[in-house]
Design a protein around this ligand. Structure first.
Ligand code: SF4
Length: 345
């Protein structure tokens, strides 16, 4: 059965924290949902979902759920509880901060049917956490993760790259720390400079330099490969290109791309193709025409946007003709290289 989320955006407004990359007003104001409006949203989504073919989860996104008053948390959970009771949905997901987790509120969430908790960890490096004014340290992350894993929950971790004080080495260390916690899922977000944030001031004063799109793609690709090697699903790379985010004046600088995740996957295919072509040529000598064979569903990841990867590889290996062929029996995300044939897909 396919998994589907019904997203409900709860208010960031009033969040007592002051992370220097965050503009709570710009990120959430237009999406704020009050408990009394939750049913209408759920019904609207359900009218478009075939519940016999989907496992449905209601996801309270966009805020620090457990930082809300217990009364407000209960109002949200009460509103969606009838859908759980009638087996229309299978579970509830929330997102929150590591320092807003306690054994008592986990028991409360479990009792109301919450089964997945996503933690906005962002980094496991204390210098990065301090420089970003997150207000907690890595020890709090470990504590929260252990409490979550002791109970019935699935654990999701959100990581950011390109935060103040961050670097490639620290991102790879955070990746390893995340893997050691055996999460059920990961999200990776490159840091953007959003208007009216402390980060914008730092950027204007030359005290913060965002990652380029190319750097962000490369770092995320290196993280993704490590998570994939451990069979940990990365369910999102790059921020959702929402209307507010794309409205003029919101993103001041940083590696934003509406299809960031695709760029990352294309980067990994490019690296794989490099290795495969190199070993093909070492075994068979230089060739002027070759074929790359992939699963049909991987064609766009292999060719790249506007066949950029194909052009790049042709130039790099001085190949006159590089054909992309498909083979349905080939596993996804794998590449084979062969002599070029006339049957081109
Ligand atoms: S990132 Fe989250 S915790 Fe930090 S200020 Fe924004 S809403 Fe609050």
């Amino acid at each position: 059965m396919k998994h589907i989320n019904i997203p409900i955006f709860i208010p960031h407004l009033g969040c007592p924290f002051t992370c220097l990359f965050c503009n709570q007003r710009r990120i959430s104001a237009a999406q704020e949902v009050k408990p009394k409006n939750v049913i209408a949203i759920v019904e609207e989504h359900l009218s478009t979902i075939d519940s016999t073919k989907h496992q449905i989860e209601i996801a309270f996104f966009g805020g620090n759920f457990t930082a809300l008053s217990q009364g407000l948390q209960e109002s949200y959970l009460k509103a969606v509880n009838p859908y759980l009771q009638r087996n229309i949905i299978s579970s509830i997901r929330i997102s929150t901060r590591p320092d807003c987790i306690s054994a008592a509120n986990l028991r409360f969430l479990a009792a109301w049917g919450v089964r997945t908790i996503e933690l906005g960890v962002q980094s496991f490096n204390d210098d990065v956490l301090k420089a970003s004014e997150r207000g907690y340290l890595s020890v709090d992350v470990f504590k929260a993760c252990h409490l979550i894993c002791e109970q019935v929950f699935k654990l999701g971790l959100q990581l950011m790259i390109g935060l103040p004080g961050d670097n490639y080495q620290r991102d790879m260390e955070s990746t390893q720390q995340a893997i050691a916690l055996h999460p059920d899922m990961i999200r990776i977000y490159p840091t953007l400079v959003i208007a009216d944030t402390e980060l914008e001031h730092m950027y204007a004063q030359g005290r913060y330099k965002p990652l380029s799109l190319e750097e962000a793609v490369k770092i995320t690709a290196d993280m993704l490969k490590q998570f994939q090697a451990q069979s940990i699903p990365v369910i999102r790379m790059g921020l959702q290109p929402s209307e507010e985010l794309r409205s003029p004046g919101t993103i001041i600088a940083g590696p934003f791309h509406p299809a960031f995740g695709e760029l990352v996957e294309q980067e990994i295919f490019k690296e794989q193709a490099h290795k495969a072509i190199k070993s093909f040529m070492m075994a068979n000598g230089p060739h002027k025409t070759i074929s790359i064979i992939v699963h049909p569903k991987d064609i766009s990841k292999m060719t790249g946007h506007k066949r950029k990867t194909v052009s790049y590889l042709k130039e790099f290996y001085e190949i006159d003709e590089l054909k992309i062929r498909t083979n349905t029996t080939l596993p996804r995300n794998t590449i084979e290289v062969d002599e070029a044939e006339s049957t081109v897909s």
